[in-house]
Design a binder for this molecule. Structure first.
Ligand SMILES: N[C@@H](CCC(=O)N[C@@H](CS)C(=O)NCC(=O)O)C(=O)O
Length: 180
């Protein structure tokens, strides 16, 4: 029985799960769930996750509806602890510059902390190599690129970290996950 993943690749935790499973060569069957079409509210999906959220995972009768549990065994999710959770719906285009100001303003202290205190001192967020913390934070910080907003351009250490994360995960896989 193959692992089933219910994902919308517009969603950062979905992309993190997708990249993790592909990078680790875990076989899976993908079930796209388009949030914008309300597919997460349909009865078939509610059998998988009554909480109406993606990502969700089904392995036979075993159901998991939380990306941080789906990736159990990874290190502490410091990305979430640092306040990087953005919410997919805030970043679906088209979004104009005025709409972007408020969420970007809220994010600046977290970006500054990450850039100048965390990543200026070490290459990755939690350990000496890429960990779950990096993957979760990376997929969150990539979200605004969907509306043409590059969060990395003003933060040199974040830009270096992004390049190292992409190189470790593989640029092709990263681009595949962010193709939406
Ligand atoms: N902490 C959860 C968050 C899941 C979550 O909030 N998913 C969003 C997409 S990023 C969702 O499904 N939203 C649909 C809704 O709330 O209606 C995880 O990482 O699995």
């Amino acid at each position: 029985m193959v692992l089933e993943l219910f994902l919308d690749l517009y969603s950062p935790p979905c992309r993190a799960i997708y990249i993790f499973t592909r990078k680790n060569s875990i076989p899976f069957e993908m079930h796209p769930v388009e949030l914008a079409q309300g597919e997460h509210l349909k009865p078939e999906f509610l059998k998988v996750n009554p909480l109406e959220k993606v990502p969700a995972l089904r392995d036979g009768n075993f159901l998991v509806a939380e990306s941080e549990s789906s990736s159990e065994g990874w290190e502490l999710d410091q990305g979430a602890a640092l306040g990087l959770k953005l919410g997919a719906s805030e970043w679906k285009g088209p979004v104009d510059a005025v709409q972007l100001q408020q969420p970007l303003g809220k994010l600046t202290p977290a970006l500054q902390h990450l850039d100048q205190e965390v990543l200026a001192a070490r290459p990755f967020l939690a350990t000496e190599q890429v960990s779950r913390a990096d993957l979760m934070a990376f997929t969150e910080l990539m979200q605004p690129t969907a509306v043409g907003c590059d969060l990395f351009q003003d933060w040199p250490w974040l830009a270096v970290w992004r390049a190292c994360v992409e190189a470790t995960l593989g640029l092709e896989l990263v681009q595949e996950a962010h193709r939406c």
